[in-house]
Design a protein around this ligand. Structure first.
Ligand code: F6R
Length: 617
């Protein structure tokens, strides 16, 4: 979850590292630090607990000698509280070596004990697992005189997940990285090279990138990049071009990244659909050659965490309806520990915006070991989950910087619906006319979504009135249920308000006891049109809660008069058939959560205790 950046080039490490950390701060913001080998050949570090700005202010106040070699880190605390001492970089070899780390070294206690037996004078200044690695690499450097060899010797002893970057004062002009189950990419510049957890850290300098595989070590200088595996064998990394530029990762006049990202939802869906259909049929070139396999599967398991799992629920409704195949949705972290029944006819679809969520990565690896074909739905090019899956359907939502996911959700739903239509075609479960009509309707979502976003000011007003609210409930039925879950999650994580999402049919089985006069309840109401519409049932649920004094806040189709007598507020969505309603209904709830958090003076882009990509289990 921490953000890592490394640089070798001209004498501007301090600016490059601080700029890179600013773009990686979404990964963790408990502390930040940099290490630079100055023009005088001396290694110096600066690090501080708290947000990156504290470090930036310190570096500005007491200028730090610049140099051409450096590493930087922004932390999401695991071992040890967020203090100056626990901030990275950590030092080894009597202060001549600096190391930064993302992940968890599971056997650090044993390694520390061994280290203290071999070198009883070693002084530890932090409570972190990472400092153990710094000392280990430091002692290995004393034997080998080479950072790459020293790091290679140490990674062989580490258990767990890690990305490590190391530099040593006696080998200036070199930064070495190693990764296992934690992200690291290389940026290729002109006379300078970069290492980072995410391309966002260097995209303003270069869009040429190299992906590093699992259990590999990379050594960069200003002019060279070499990659080996943990056994020392040489590796040819795969080059890719970053398809977005730095302006996509800037706020561009919006009050927050989240406000900007919600405004980009129509585009996120449109870009995800772009070029993926022809003549009324979905075409997913990424699944070319898979038709026989897709005809043969008899079950799908969708994996994801948090928001991604809710888009997975919508994927389940669509895939089951259109392709007539059983689909289960499971939280990635529950999946592999319960010894799931898997066989060659199961298909696993993992969903991850970051493509680095450790729980989902582990679940995918578990499925692959069981011989299961895996497809990922991912928003980050070259991410680990995408690379480790047999195929990937990218969402093209663009970089999502705000910690809580918004535009990625609707893009994931679009990608899953494309997959559902593709599968239905391959399996012959929808006729061409039905399929073309659904595809057309999917393509109409971006324009409809843009009209939903026009209600932003009214939603902001409601959120401001409700800034003192202590609990909010969300009800939805069928495809409205995942929307209710997502609305509640957004409100919890952004505004720190207790919120629960319920299937509306479950109300009478318990949750209705929570309703008391004034209790705000959002209800996602399905369209009244269509012979099987659940509209009457949801309107009955509204009547039941209204009768008990609830404050009813409704998301309903424009023109739905049946809800008006009971609703205290109505936000409308344009006419859409059932499966597409959630892609429209979720935006008002995202805006509500964001605006309520803003009304409480909270940082909507960086909610407390969270990190954008959860790269620890
Ligand atoms: C909620 C949120 C999280 C993520 C979850 C999965 O707003 O952002 O629930 O959806 O941590 O992250 P990815 O999609 O990166 O695997």
């Amino acid at each position: 979850m921490c953000g890592i950046v490394g640089y070798v080039g001209t004498d501007r490490s301090v600016e490059v590292l601080l700029g890179g950390l600013r773009r990686l701060e979404y990964r963790g913001y408990d502390s930040a630090g940099i290490a630079v080998i100055g023009g005088d050949g001396e290694l110096r570090i600066r690090k501080h607990a708290g947000k990156l700005q504290i470090l930036v202010d310190d570096v500005e106040r007491q200028a730090m000698p610049n140099g051409g070699t450096g590493i930087g880190h922004t932390r999401w605390a695991t071992h040890g509280s967020p203090t100056d001492a626990n901030a990275h970089p950590h030092l080894g070899d009597n202060g001549k070596l600096a190391l930064i780390h993302n992940g968890i070294i599971e056997n650090f206690a044993e390694l520390k004990a061994e280290l203290l037996t071999a070198h009883p004078d070693t002084v530890f200044t932090s409570e972190t697992d990472s400092e153990v690695a710094a000392h280990l690499v430091g002692y290995a450097f004393q034997e080998t005189g080479d950072v790459t060899q020293a790091l290679r010797a140490v990674v062989a002893k580490l258990h767990g997940a890690f990305t490590l970057l190391v530099m040593h004062q006696d080998q200036p002009g070199v930064v070495v990285g190693a990764r296992r189950n934690s992200p690291l990419v290389i940026g290729l510049g002109e006379g300078e090279n970069f290492l980072a957890s995410d391309v966002a850290a260097f995209v303003e300098h270069t869009r040429r990138a190299l992906a590093i595989g699992q259990d590999q070590i990379v050594t960069i200088t200003s002019r060279t990049v070499s990659v080996i595996d943990f056994d020392g064998g040489s590796v040819e990394p795969e080059e890719f071009e970053v398809t977005w530029d730095v302006s996509a990762a800037e706020k561009g006049g919006w009050s927050s990244f989240m406000a900007k990202e919600i405004s980009e939802e129509p585009e996120a869906v449109a870009n995800t659909l772009l070029g993926r259909s022809t003549g009324g049929e979905v075409r997913l070139p990424e699944l070319a050659g898979d038709d026989d396999r897709l005809k043969d599967i008899n079950r799908i398991v969708i994996l994801g965490c948090g928001t991604a799992s809710y888009s997975g629920l919508l994927g389940k409704y669509a895939i089951e309806k259109w392709a007539r195949i059983p689909v289960e949705v499971e939280l990635s972290h529950e999946f592999r520990y319960r010894d799931p029944v898997l066989d060659a006819r199961t298909l696993v679809i993992s969903i991850s915006q970051s493509g680095e969520t450790m729980d989902t990565l582990m679940a995918v690896q578990h499925a692959k070991k069981a011989g299961v074909h895996t497809i990922s739905v991912c928003n980050t090019q070259g991410a680990t989950i995408a690379r480790e899956s047999d195929a990937v359907i990218y969402t093209y939502a663009g970089p999502e910087i705000a910690v809580a996911s918004t535009k990625a959700f609707v893009a994931q739903v679009a990608a899953l619906y494309l997959f559902g239509l593709h599968l239905a075609r391959v399996r012959g479960t929808l006729d061409a006319g039905e399929s073309a009509a659904l595809l057309d309707e999917l393509k109409s979502v971006p324009a409809k979504l843009a009209t939903v976003l026009e209600q932003h000011d009214r939603i902001r007003q409601l959120a401001h009135w409700m800034a003192d609210t202590r609990a909010v409930l969300f009800l939805g039925r069928h495809v409205g249920f995942p929307v209710a879950l997502e609305g509640a999650l957004k409100l919890k994580e952004l505004a720190y308000i207790h919120a629960e999402g319920f299937a509306a049919g479950e109300l009478k089985h318990g949750p209705i006891a929570l309703i008391e006069p004034g209790q705000p309840v959002f209800v996602i109401v399905p369209s009244p049109r269509g012979k099987d519409s659940l509209h009457p049932k949801v309107v009955s649920n509204i009547q039941e809660i209204k009768a008990r004094g609830a404050r009813v806040l409704v998301i309903a189709e424009a023109g739905d008069a049946a809800v008006l007598p009971y609703a205290d507020e109505v936000f409308t969505i344009p006419l859409a058939s059932t499966m597409f309603e959630p892609m429209l209904a979720v935006a008002p709830l995202q805006i509500f959560a964001m605006e309520l958090a803003a009304a409480k003076g909270l940082d909507v882009d960086r909610p407390r205790n969270l990190a954008k990509s959860v790269t620890v289990e």
